[in-house]
Design a protein around this ligand. Structure first.
Ligand SMILES: Cc1cc2nc3c(=O)[nH]c(=O)nc-3n(C[C@H](O)[C@H](O)[C@H](O)COP(=O)(O)OP(=O)(O)OC[C@H]3O[C@@H](n4cnc5c(N)ncnc54)[C@H](O)[C@@H]3O)c2cc1C
Length: 405
């Protein structure tokens, strides 16, 4: 056993996983956390249920190759085994989303904290790291609560999403050391649209298929439950499209979101999934047949009676079936923006992964310096991919840091 001094900056998902592994391997570990307690965000994940991994095909953006290489070392099963070992059995749902069997994020956080306490890990809260200075034996970390010395430093400070849960800009810790940075933006966040087509619909929740287009060219599509808000639309299926919408807006393209109401009318599957980009008018023939069948026994003005919620029916103009079918399977919402970091679940962009090894998470030049989780230029889809990446990074970096000189 080697008794290395390892400093872990940030007590979130990746930082706590790293602390568990490094301490188990005999290192002397200090977690430096700026908030008054660790794991604030982790407690809020998955609506308090903590969707901690996904057994399905990985869906990552930014440097997806880097993410896949990390996951090839520590995948969903390894993350599940890690929590099983801490006394938290997990279960995947039918879509591969893995939750603790008790469905409580608190169980995940308690298990991590207990293990850290048992292994004598020092947790310093209320200490914001401000600089990492290379020294003779490793690094000195300057914080708002004094300086800390360590042989190795693992930076687990997260991204900019959800400042209320502790997110701050910590990228400077690494850019000061010469790390490159990729432009950032909020991802997995609600989408803002023109107000006119959504007027009066705020609060309405219903299953839909969504296609994001650049003009008429499909870019990405999803299916799931959508919620109308006064600024635009929300829900997991919307948030999954925010990343692409943000990129289109940055390019000054004119993104359009087409809403297909077929699932709400019992005409389509209702699943929560990311679809390949699809023609927004794909369901038009089916929708038209449905309307024509109804027209045979219903007055024209009542075609949508009982098929759609009243609030939505009232917003739709009276049109002949052909035009109505077109509108119902491709209701156009011009995208005007995406919500900011306060409503986002994750940050796209960040520290350029090219400076780090996907095998170890160690910096290629600064030996003994590691970066993990959301601070890197990797963001995952909804469904457990972001926590899985954070936990995997923490575990890999800690193992390497604890056993190498
Ligand atoms: C509401 C919400 C729900 C989510 N649900 C899910 C989900 O169910 N499944 C999923 O996969 N992902 C989910 N995510 C995303 C996921 O939580 C993050 O991607 C993940 O926590 C990132 O882990 P991390 O270790 O990189 O950073 P974090 O978990 O954010 O931890 C970073 C820590 O570093 C601390 N810190 C920051 N700067 C400093 C500094 N300078 N000095 C000291 N400490 C510092 C922060 O206070 C924080 O405690 C959700 C996000 C949100 C906001």
């Amino acid at each position: 056993m080697m008794n290395k001094q390892i400093l872990i900056l940030g007590g979130g998902a990746s930082g706590l996983a790293a602390a568990v592994i490094a301490s188990e391997l005999g290192a002397s570990v200090t977690v430096i956390e700026r908030s008054d307690r660790v794991a604030k965000k982790l407690l809020a994940t998955g609506n308090g249920r903590c969707n901690l991994a996904n057994t399905g095909e990985p869906v990552y953006f930014g440097d997806a190759d880097f993410a896949n290489q990390v996951l090839s070392k520590v995948g969903a099963q390894a993350v599940r085994a890690f929590f099983e070992r801490l006394g938290v059995p997990t279960r995947p749902d039918s879509a591969g989303r893995v939750y603790p069997a008790c469905n409580q994020a608190a169980a995940v956080v308690d298990a991590l904290r207990l293990r850290l306490q048992q292994s004598g890990v020092r947790i310093v809260t209320g200490a914001q790291a401000t600089a990492i200075l290379p020294s003779k034996d490793g690094y000195t970390v300057k914080t708002s609560a004094g300086n800390f010395a360590g042989n190795k430093v693992i930076v687990c400070c997260g991204g900019l999403a959800a400042p209320k849960l502790g997110a701050v800009n910590a990228y400077g810790l690494l850019t000061q050391l010469g790390c490159r940075q990729v432009a950032m933006g909020p991802a997995l966040t609600p989408i803002e649209t023109d107000k006119a087509p959504i007027k009066g619909l705020s609060g309405l929740r219903l299953p839909v298929t969504l296609t994001l287009c650049e003009g008429k060219k499909p870019v990405a599509a999803t299916q799931g439950e959508m919620l109308f808000a006064d600024y635009g639309v929300s829900g997991v299926c919307v948030m999954q499209l925010a990343r692409d919408a943000h990129c289109l807006l940055l390019r000054k393209a004119k993104p359009m979101l087409y809403v297909d109401f077929s699932p709400a009318m019992g005409l389509g599957d209702y699943r929560m999934e990311r679809l390949p980009a699809r023609n927004p008018f794909a369901n038009k023939e089916r929708m038209l047949r449905y309307l024509q069948e109804r027209e045979a026994f219903m007055p024209e003005n009542d075609l949508l009676l009982g098929a759609l919620p009243r609030i939505l029916r009232e917003r739709l103009p009276h049109l002949p079936p052909e035009a109505l079918a077109e509108l119902l399977c491709a209701y156009p919402l011009p995208v005007t923006g995406v919500r900011g970091y306060d409503q986002a679940q994750v940050t796209q962009g960040g520290i350029d992964t090219r400076d780090f090894s996907p095998e170890t998470l160690e910096h290629k030049q600064h030996k003994g310096l590691y970066a993990c989780g959301e601070i890197l230029n990797v963001d995952g889809d909804c469904g457990g991919f972001n926590l899985q990446f954070a936990f995997a990074c923490g575990m890999i970096a800690a193992e390497h840091a604890a056993v190498t000189e």
